[in-house]
Design a protein around this ligand. Structure first.
Ligand code: NAD
Ligand code: MG
Length: 394
């Protein structure tokens, strides 16, 4: 089989770097079509020097000028494109086979949806886009000849543990999904103890090295809440068919329970190159560069129930899943604003949940029938969250 062409949206981030690491191990299998990034232009330039993509996409003219200077000095002929339309163009180009959706946050929605609509094999890391507009993705997938493969380690694990080729999971004997959670850096802490934690502490995850936004989400457990909603869409499950299992070692990435009492788990070292390699090659398997799991070295695996009281973001996400409509889009947008305010040291860590709760309590939920409605919901929730932050910080 000839090499496949891949576009990596968000190439300069944590998932983008891991994806390029796996791709570089298999030069006969994958060619890089396009790389995109918003900041870290020097990283993007180096990636272009190594991987020689046809296109590099940045989000503004300043970044494009900086990139051009670097590419000229490297003697690299990659063409530079700018803006959201360019992201959609490199996601849907007829020469592209695979799109890695690894932009963080709501900004990933439009280009990821463009890839699904263009029948690509879409590797979905950008969970926020599914949380915002799950039904639009699922509807687009029904009409697409492409596939959507989960990169989130938990969802990738569940995908690997499910019976293949069965659409109706309850008819196939699946009774429950068990979603693993590491518990984050503040596992075992009370809300009061977390009041004055800094962004540096929140971003220091015990097992995974990730971008700042998802690191903070992992610390508040909002990440697990977003993943709950993501799992509902990906596997057509209700929130009450999904249980969160805190497993601090992050070795079991998630489990599927069957009616006969069997529970199937996927295990591996906590390294995103495993789900990335799995999805890239699916239904085949390729080397990911991840070292083998040594069970004797790990020696024990622990499990706990999640603490909903001290981590209220998790309950807020369950509530959004129960409400449905555009409540998850509201939750997601308010959370993005709150996390940025925390990273900018404008609000405290425990106020992230306050901002989301307040925004959810004043929002009016609608049927998210189109992309325009979802984008309006996103904007409204951002302004509710921003207004609340102004009130509590003035
Ligand atoms: P990151 O912050 O390291 O990288 C984000 C990428 O998106 C960068 O290339 C950045 O330039 C780009 N980007 C940011 N804002 C943008 C915008 N407005 N427009 C266009 N591009 C923009 O994030 P990450 O940790 O790699 O996470 C990426 C996504 O993958 C997130 O949705 C996250 O939840 C998900 N994810 C990450 C991990 C992980 O281990 N890092 C695990 C599971 C899921
Ligand atoms: Mg995850």
């Amino acid at each position: 089989m000839s090499a496949q062409w891949i576009t990596i949206l968000g190439a300069t981030g944590s998932i983008g770097l891991s994806t390029l690491d796996v791709v570089a191990r298999h030069p006969q299998k994958y060619n890089v079509f396009a790389l995109t990034g918003k900041t870290k232009v020097h990283v993007l330039a180096q990636q272009c020097q190594i991987h020689r993509p046809k296109y590099a996409v940045v989000m503004d003219v300043d970044a494009a000028q900086q990139l051009e200077v670097l590419l000229v000095s490297f003697k690299v002929s990659t063409e530079i494109l700018v803006g959201i339309d360019a992201l959609c163009a490199v996601s849907s180009d007829s020469n592209v086979d695979i799109v890695m959706a690894a932009i963080v946050g709501a900004a990933g929605l439009v280009p990821t949806l463009a890839a699904v609509n263009a029948n690509k094999k879409v590797l979905l890391a950008n969970k926020e886009s599914l949380v915002m507009a799950g039904h639009l993705f699922m509807e687009a997938l029904k009409h697409s000849s492409g596939v959507l493969l989960p990169i989130d380690s938990e969802h990738n694990a569940i995908f690997q543990c499910l019976p293949q080729g069965k659409n109706d999971l309850s008819a196939a004997g699946v009774s429950k999904l068990l979603l693993s959670a590491s518990g984050g850096p503040f596992r075992g802490w009370t809300a009061q103890q977390m009041e004055h934690v800094t962004p540096e502490q929140a971003c220091a995850h015990p097992n995974w090295s990730m971008g700042n936004k998802i690191s903070v989400d992992s610390a508040t457990l909002m990440n697990k809440g977003l993943e709950l909603i993501e799992a509902c869409w990906l596997f057509d499950m209700k929130e009450n068919q999904i249980e969160i299992v805190v497993h601090p070692q992050s070795i079991i990435h998630s489990l599927v329970q069957y009616v006969d009492g069997s529970v199937i788990a996927q295990l591996g070292n906590p390294d995103m190159r495993t789900p990335i390699a799995h999805a890239l090659a699916w239904p085949d398997r390729i080397d990911s560069g991840v070292k083998n799991l040594d069970l004797f070295d790990i020696s024990r695996l622990d499990f706990e129930k999640p603490n909903f009281n001290d981590f209220p973001c998790l309950e807020l996400a369950f509530e959004a899943a129960r409400i449905g409509l555009d409540a998850p889009a509201t939750l997601n947008a308010a959370n993005e604003v709150a996390v940025q305010a925390f990273l900018d040291k404008r609000i405290g860590f425990t106020q992230i949940a306050d901002v989301v709760k307040e925004s959810m309590s004043v929002a009016i939920f609608n049927e998210p029938e189109s992309l325009v409605v979802v984008q309006e919901t996103d904007l409204k929730a951002r302004s509710l969250a921003t207004a609340y932050i102004s009130r509590i910080t003035s």
